[in-house]
Design a protein. Structure first.
Length: 723
């Protein structure tokens, strides 16, 4: 036991071990005491030049025979008593006062501040000796070992540590730790700084910040759990100080843990208050953590503040001793912060979690505060996100796009439909619109009306749902395919699956500005049937009378119609034919339908009257007629008509003009009609007639001309001067 109680820590210059012979020869000294004495005399000699300094033998003799002033000589002590560093200090006090006056003065202050406490005085003297030696860590263990008073005495470690705390807490004693953690007395300058430190007024704002830092460390990392194995739920951390709640970490988390410390006398009152408050709607996502406060909290907060503040004030002081002091203060603040963190955790572990009117003792869940918080959060998360189970998946970013690009519901697999929204009934795949997640979205839109993607996302990613944004877009895509909703993209309504819908639901950013609304009504079966029949006629391929199929065919075929019929407008304008405005409207209608991926194709083609269908039929007939030679016929007719109408009113030309006047009028009448293309045979016949009559007139004019030439020749021959 003696060896254990006198063991030194990191004291490489001192021999603390001994055997029976050594102990008997040196008693009442131990080997370490002789080493300390020799090194101490050497250190004092360096400071004084050895003037007036006794030898080691003389010092030992004085201790054994005479004893320090006012104390019993060692020779008269009872057997079992041991010499200590206190004995050495008392024997060399005058030499220490001369060689290390500041240290001696500091010990004197301890004697004044603690006149009736031998343990405080002994600790001070031992620290003074070790500080002068400066070759051994001045730790509580070494101080205790060198102060061990007797062979059979128990260890005084607890008393020594208590005395050290008292000395450090006394503002008039220049005692503390250096940056390595060794105990020491400070110089006068440091003593003044330490006095200033002791008198620093504690600012409540700073102590609140320090406490918040300690709580943040106590709850690091923040409590978290996983709901249904896919939703990561983390609790933010707040602290209540007075009437003010401050966020410490995770302020954006849905669930918040609010820490409050109550006076032990008022703990039950605070608990009752929090139980009532936790039942309020405003606190439905709040976990209250109530613990009992302790005076030790305020003591540590004040001490940490002073350590930091004094270090901040003197951090730029050039004095090396001051720099070391500031470093020691910083280390002490760090150590105290750790102590404060452990204290807060211990106090809270003895407290209670309060949530929605239910109280749970922290230590009933786990003795470790953080583990208890995690276990409690696992229960709370299920209540806060009680509707997450409607869509308990974390969809990948591209899921909505993949679902839409599948096109046919028969091609949808579990990989792109993790919630199993597509179900087969009677061999026909359909979207299960009664799925709870789809019903929730539909009900929300029904209550709020048209809602943009951002607002929809904010609602369903928060409690009580907690769905991911990617999962929500996948669900919206399913509702669109099912025909339950319509999207509003750049002012246009999209009701079917297509490129516009894919672009709108491809990313979370794109979805933010997209409007989402319930469909007021869907095309009736009669409308779908008419649209399918008409579209079948237009594309020369069977179209199934389903809204999605009609829209897909329209989205695929209408670009071809644009390419084929687009140039007709210019051709008709060039020919001066009617129908230009109709074709322009047709081109615009085709573009509008394509802008919505054919969403309104069923309505446009399935009405009792369909201007789009009529225009497409007309365009097709015009295109066919012009390709079959009508354009050449009309150009030739117009040329002939214009030239004939320009002929004189007399003679053969006049006769020709008169004969063809009715035919030309009929041509102009028919070319002015919207269905001019229907009269292609008549126009060809009329052209043939005009050409034949014109040819006859030319022949007649040629014969008349020939006859006139002959008559003129005969008249010339009858003239007297001829020939």
């Amino acid at each position: 036991a003696l060896r254990h109680n006198t063991k030194l820590q990191d004291a490489r210059y001192y021999d603390a071990d001994f055997d029976r012979t050594t102990f008997v020869n040196l008693y009442p000294f131990l080997p370490a005491h002789f080493d300390v004495l020799l090194h101490l005399l050497g250190a004092l000699a360096k400071s004084t030049g050895g003037i007036g300094l006794r030898s080691a033998i003389k010092v030992v003799q004085d201790i054994l025979v005479e004893g320090p002033e006012g104390q019993t000589p060692v020779a008269e002590r009872p057997v079992g008593w041991l010499a200590t560093t206190v004995t050495l200090y008392d024997a060399l006090e005058k030499d220490i006062r001369r060689a290390a006056p500041s240290i001696h003065k500091a010990v004197g202050k301890v004697l004044v501040r603690f006149p009736d406490s031998a343990i405080h005085q002994e600790v001070a003297k031992t620290v003074a000796v070790l500080q002068i030696l400066d070759n051994m860590p001045v730790t509580p263990q070494n101080v205790t070992s060198l102060m061990h008073p007797g062979i059979d005495a128990r260890s005084r470690r607890d008393e020594v540590e208590a005395a050290i705390k008292d000395l450090m807490a006394d503002t008039l004693v220049p005692f503390g730790e250096d940056k390595e953690g060794s105990l020491r007395f400070f110089s006068e300058k440091l003593n003044d700084i330490d006095q200033e430190r002791a008198q620093l007024p504690v600012r409540s704002m700073e102590t609140r910040r320090i406490q918040s830092e300690a709580l943040k460390e106590a709850f690091s990392p923040l409590p978290s759990t996983r709901l249904h194995g896919s939703l990561a739920v983390t609790s933010g951390l707040k602290v209540l100080s007075g009437t003010m709640i401050s966020s410490i970490a995770g302020e954006r988390e849905t669930i918040q843990t609010v820490v409050e410390f109550a006076d032990p006398q008022e703990y039950e009152t605070a608990r009752t208050r929090l139980l009532d408050e936790s039942r309020q709607r405003s606190a439905q996502h709040t976990i209250f953590l109530l613990g009992r406060t302790s005076p030790e909290i305020d003591e540590k907060l004040a001490e940490i503040f002073r350590c930091r503040e004094i270090g901040q004030r003197y951090r730029n002081d050039p004095d090396q001793e001051v720099k070391e002091y500031c470093a020691a203060q910083a280390d002490r603040a760090t150590k105290l912060s750790g102590d404060l963190e452990r204290l807060l955790k211990r106090l809270l572990s003895q407290g209670s979690f309060i949530f929605r009117g239910q109280q749970t003792a922290v230590d009933s869940l786990d003795h470790d505060l953080l583990d208890a918080a995690k276990k409690h959060l696992a229960e709370v998360a299920g209540q806060v996100f009680d509707r997450y189970a409607e869509a308990p998946v974390r969809a990948e970013t591209t899921l909505a796009e993949k679902f839409l690009r599948a096109g046919n519901l028969n091609a949808v697999t579990s990989a792109i439909d993790p919630l199993g929204l597509v179900q087969v009934s009677g061999g026909i795949p359909r979207i299960n619109t009664d799925h709870k997640a789809l019903v929730s979205i539909r009900d929300y839109i029904d209550r709020t009306g048209t809602v943009d993607g951002k607002r929809l996302t904010d609602h369903f990613t928060d409690a009580p749902f907690g769905w991911s944004q990617d999962t929500l877009r996948y669900l919206v895509a399913a509702l669109l395919v099912a025909g339950e909703i319509k999207l509003k993209v750049s002012g246009r309504e999209v009701t079917v699956n297509g490129q516009q819908a894919i672009d709108a639901l491809r990313t979370n950013n794109a979805f933010k500005t997209v409007g989402v609304a319930l469909r007021d009504e869907r095309p009736s079966n009669e409308v779908l049937a008419r649209a399918a029949v008409r579209l079948t006629e237009l594309v020369a391929d069977t179209v199934i009378p389903l809204e999605d199929e009609i829209s897909k065919v329209a989205a695929k075929q209408f670009p071809q119609f644009q390419l084929r019929y687009g140039p007709l407008t210019t051709r008709l304008e060039t020919l001066g034919l009617p129908g230009v405005e109709t074709l322009r409207s047709l081109n615009q209608d085709l573009a509008d339908v394509l802008l919505t991926d054919g969403s309104d194709a069923p309505q446009r083609l399935g009405g009792e009257e369909s201007p789009l269908y009529d225009a497409l039929r007309m365009a097709r007939q015009i295109d066919v007629a012009l390709r079959n030679g009508l354009e050449s016929t009309i150009r030739t007719l117009k040329s002939h008509c214009s030239e004939i109408e320009a002929l004189p009113d007399t003679g053969i030309p006049g006769g020709l003009r008169s004969d063809l006047e009715e035919a030309i009028a009929l041509v102009r009448e028919r070319l002015a009609q919207d269905d001019f293309f229907k009269h292609a045979p008549d126009l060809n016949t009329t052209l043939t007639t005009i050409q034949a009559r014109t040819r006859d007139a030319v022949v007649e004019m040629a014969a008349a001309q020939k006859n006139s030439i002959r008559e003129a020749q005969e008249e010339l021959q009858r003239l007297p001067g001829w020939g």
